[in-house]
Design a protein around this ligand. Structure first.
Ligand code: GLA
Length: 517
């Protein structure tokens, strides 16, 4: 063998050995699945130094009150600074809360800096003052699946408090939303929820568990968070409480005056008014009306339609000025079907776009009350792996991330699912794309979502009862050549590969990666 051929063969052998090493390190070397079955916490504990999280774009309407608490992990005290902030906006350097009013339409590019004793971080944010207040999927908490008709002002305040102390707000959770049952009803088991539905002037009465609505939203706003409320276009809500029928404008004004930033508008008894064989126009009517009313208020109110997907709402939700819309019934009744629900939502993913979101309902993990019985919260029986899959699916779908479990009982495992900034960044990506699906077999599928920096988020899912090997070729991502792979749940680099990624995916679980040049 001549020297040239010998060196060439050596090089070839070296390349083959490197590739073998790479592949085995993907499937074995980093023990991708170890411990998931036992509920292992994969999200690294936040470091002491600041890490600024949150979206890269933030939408608001000019002339309206502005409120944004910079989501930032790290040990307090942290000192915040901003370059490029319009004069009409003020930053509280100790809390990172920005308030004021954006004067004119336009794009304001700001640089946020955060510093503490352990280190510093900086990040750019585009404030886009235009027509859209929800340029990335809304993130927050809603009381329904934890507290049902037991909700009180005190519980709402506690939820806001915990959103801060638990670190949820530091990764972007923002809305603290009341669902049904804050008004009066004609009949109810709880005498404190019975009373006149409206006052002499027709204003809606909160029930005795909500003595001071303005006080409640002030409390939430003072923490830099936002407040949400709920009603129905019908005479009664789904829980039998006073709805907005024939008082739509008056109620919307009241919500704005109280200081609410989000409205869930739930079809419920409106069905009796709409009658049978509802036309498309009939489905749209109450939402069109409320959309107009909300847009004319002097504050930004995110409009969340809840009518279970009727009339293919994803095709027209944006036209009635909504920002997100439920695509199906109550997920609380089908928590064993989250994979099916997610796949169904992916099929209508083309209707998802920045500012207009398909909403497959809330994240129900941790302590939740059985939906069928409106039960007292208990620890979810959902396997740990499936909880990782659940959150990964919602992030890849670009679904609103609204947690709906008991905030007073948040444990480390649940918080690790809810609060991984790299997983959340996939959800909050400014392109606002919903993932597409590549089906592998009956049990395994892959979801792919293109991100703003040209990288791709990939979820390898296994709904089966046994661990399964799943791999994705770069050609399926429409990329070629060396690409870096990052394990998002563990926040670690897995190295580079020239052609594919393979992993053993845990039963009913996920491996979620980001592939970048
Ligand atoms: C409907 C909605 C739920 C919840 C309840 C309240 O079922 O779909 O999300 O708001 O009403 O009664």
């Amino acid at each position: 063998m001549n020297i040239k051929l010998f060196t060439r063969s050596l090089a070839l052998i070296a390349v083959i050995l490197m590739n073998i090493a790479l592949l085995t390190s993907f499937s074995n070397g980093i023990e991708l699945n170890k411990g998931d079955e036992n509920g292992e916490i994969l999200t690294p504990v936040p470091k002491p130094e600041p890490r600024i999280n949150g979206p890269l774009v933030y939408g608001c309407r000019p002339g309206h009150p502005f409120l944004y608490r910079i989501p930032c992990q790290g040990e307090r005290p942290i000192k915040f600074k901003i370059k490029g902030l319009p004069a009409e906006l003020k930053l509280d350097p100790a809390t990172g809360i920005i308030t004021g009013t954006v004067p004119r339409k336009g794009v304001y590019e700001i640089s946020i800096m955060a510093k503490n004793e352990a280190g510093k971080d900086s990040r750019k944010l585009k404030i886009i003052a235009g027509d859209q207040p929800a340029l990335t999927p809304p993130m927050g908490w809603n009381h329904w699946y934890a507290h049902y008709d037991r909700i009180t002002d005190q519980m709402m305040r506690e939820a806001a408090e915990v959103m801060i102390t638990s670190g949820m707000a530091d990764v972007g959770y923002q809305y603290v939303n009341i669902d049904d049952c804050w008004m009066n009803a004609e009949k109810n088991n709880d005498p404190l929820r019975i009373g006149p539905l409206r006052d002499d002037k027709g204003n809606i009465n909160p029930n005795k568990h909500f003595p001071d609505m303005k006080g409640l939203t002030d409390y939430i706003h003072n923490k830099g968070l936002k407040a949400g409320i709920y009603t129905s276009p019908g005479p009664r809500t789904c829980g039998g409480f006073a709805g907005a029928w024939q008082h739509e404008e008056q109620d919307a004004k009241q919500f704005a005056n109280w200081g609410f930033d989000f409205l869930k508008y739930d079809w419920c008894s409106y069905g009796e008014l709409a009658g049978e064989n509802v036309t498309l126009e009939g489905y749209q009517k109450p939402y069109k009306q409320m959309g107009k009313i909300l847009t004319s208020q002097d504050r930004d109110i995110v409009f969340n339609l809840c009518q279970y997907g009727m009339g293919e709402v994803w095709k027209w939700g944006g036209e009635v000025d909504a920002h997100c819309w439920r695509t199906g019934g109550d997920l609380g009744f089908e928590l064993d079907r989250i994979f099916d629900v997610a796949l169904k939502n992916a099929q209508i993913g083309q209707y998802n776009k920045a500012g207009e979101w398909n909403d497959p309902d809330y994240i129900q993990i941790g302590w939740i009350g059985n939906a069928g019985k409106m039960g007292i919260p208990e620890l979810t029986p959902m396997p740990a792996n499936m909880q990782y899959a659940y959150m990964s699916l919602w992030c890849l779908l670009a679904a609103p991330l609204i947690y709906s479990g008991d905030m007073s009982k948040l444990d480390d495992f649940t918080l690790n699912i809810l609060c991984n900034p790299e997983v959340i960044a996939v959800n909050q990506d400014p392109l606002g794309k919903c993932a597409t699906v590549i089906q592998r077999d009956k049990e395994c599928f892959i979801m792919i979502k293109t991100l703003v920096d040209g990288s791709t988020a990939v979820g390898l899912f296994n709904r089966g009862k046994n661990q399964a090997d799943v791999s994705v070729d770069w050609s399926e991502l429409k990329i070629s050549g060396d690409h870096h792979v990052r394990d998002l749940w563990r926040e670690i680099e897995l190295g580079a590969s020239a052609d594919k990624f393979s992993a053993a995916v845990p039963a009913q679980g996920v491996v979620m990666i980001r592939v970048s040049k």
